[in-house]
Design a protein around this ligand. Structure first.
Ligand code: ATP
Ligand code: FE
Length: 355
């Protein structure tokens, strides 16, 4: 079974080919064309610019994905596309492109929830069996999910305001570092002293695994302003220490809330326990190490996909498409693009066609 995957829900245009047979699935190609330079001047992703860029880049990405896999559309068995959630212009561009290819080549079409793509990635990379506990932590999302099946997710808790990726990006912006902020803050933090600034760990005293990150961002802003007032600017060590302090606070919150989510998960699901992470922030080495330790303490298998499969990509969409196709979840030309689409709701086709 060979699927083409298409992803365009944020600021990466991506296409990939994944093949799954009896053995481990294979990623035959994984093309990601970022738009960082297009949005750099605006300090954030501009939806209108993103949508236009997706429209321009999608065809080429698909052709490159096929080329690199050494295939033509005749070798492909289906087209999977992110149908939401995300910036609606970009999602629409991807869905239109996928519909065109599916109709033109007479292939089945499968709409995929972007978050399900992230959440099912550990099955692509490590063949993880259901059920497992997943921490999905990215630019726009932060939640603990009990993954029970291809289309069965239970949300155990999550952020009540910002996502950590957003907090990383805003912290970078406050410290005049380039976007995307996550990798930049991580690089600065490497030489910083995490103990110099004690930043808040919000909601630690509240039971359950809900989280909050907006206060952390404000604390970075206040600390920065105090430093500037005191020294007339930010010195190198101020920046690296603040990055390290911020990263440590995020890691602490995620680790403590993971402990609680694991306890909830073990109570709900006595099957072979595993804890997996996905999403762009899972690329962070300090955060990964903290989560790995929490899993080890609880005696759980820990699975973290390789970095390029943690951030947005189309291989995860192709894979989720294969998973859905295998259990008969396909879509038709009524597939709708959805700006919002919580994971514990149901298939796109069912809502898109009003059934
Ligand atoms: P979503 O998947 O929620 O729609 P997204 O598509 O923006 O959001 P991803 O591509 O999964 O998210 O992740 C991007 C986010 O991950 C950005 O906020 C980025 O700063 C963050 N990120 C990437 N690498 C790192 C890192 N090394 N450390 C911390 N954060 C990181
Ligand atoms: Fe994402």
């Amino acid at each position: 079974l060979t699927f083409l995957g298409i992803e365009s829900s944020c600021d990466d245009t991506a296409a990939a080919i994944v093949r799954a047979g009896r053995g481990a699935p294979e990623i035959l190609s994984n093309v990601v064309d970022g738009q960082v330079d297009l949005h750099a001047a605006f300090g954030g992703v501009v939806p209108e610019i993103a949508a236009r860029a997706h429209t321009e880049k999608l065809d080429l990405c698909v052709m490159q994905a096929l080329d690199q896999a050494g295939l033509t559309l005749r070798d492909v068995d289906g087209v999977a596309v992110t149908a939401g959630p995300g910036l609606i212009g970009g999602v629409l561009a991807g869905v239109m492109c996928a519909k065109g290819i599916a109709a033109g080549a007479g292939l089945p079409l499968v709409g995929v929830n972007h978050l399900a793509g992230h959440a099912l990635t550990p099955r692509l990379t490590d063949g993880l069996a259901f059920p497992y506990l997943m921490l999905l932590v990215s630019g726009g999302h932060c939640q603990f999910l009990l993954v029970r099946g291809v289309d069965e997710f239970t949300r155990l808790g999550g952020t009540i305001d910002d996502a950590p990726g957003e907090a990383f990006d805003k912290t970078a912006k406050l410290l005049a570092l380039p976007q995307p902020g996550g990798p930049m803050v991580e690089r600065e933090a490497r030489t910083g002293d995490a103990g110099r600034f004690r930043l808040p760990r919000p909601l630690m005293d509240r039971p359950g695994c809900d989280m909050s990150f907006s206060g952390l961002k404000t604390a970075v802003l206040r600390t920065r302003d105090a430093l500037i007032a005191e020294h007339g600017g930010l010195r190198v060590a101020d920046r690296t220490d603040l990055c390290a302090g911020f990263q440590a606070a995020v890691a602490d919150v995620l680790a403590e809330k993971s402990r609680r989510a694991i306890a909830q998960y073990l109570a709900l699901s006595p099957a072979v326990p595993a804890f997996a992470v996905a999403g762009g922030v899972a690329a962070n080495q300090t955060i990964r190490a903290a989560l790995e330790q929490v899993a080890a303490e609880a005696g759980l298998r820990f699975v973290a996909p390789p970095l390029r499969l943690c951030t947005d990509n189309a291989a995860m969409i192709a894979w989720a498409g294969i998973e859905r196709f295998r259990i008969g979840l396909t879509d038709d030309m009524t597939l709708a693009a959805r700006p919002r689409w919580p994971l514990d709701q149901t298939s796109p086709g069912m809502l898109g066609s009003g059934k």
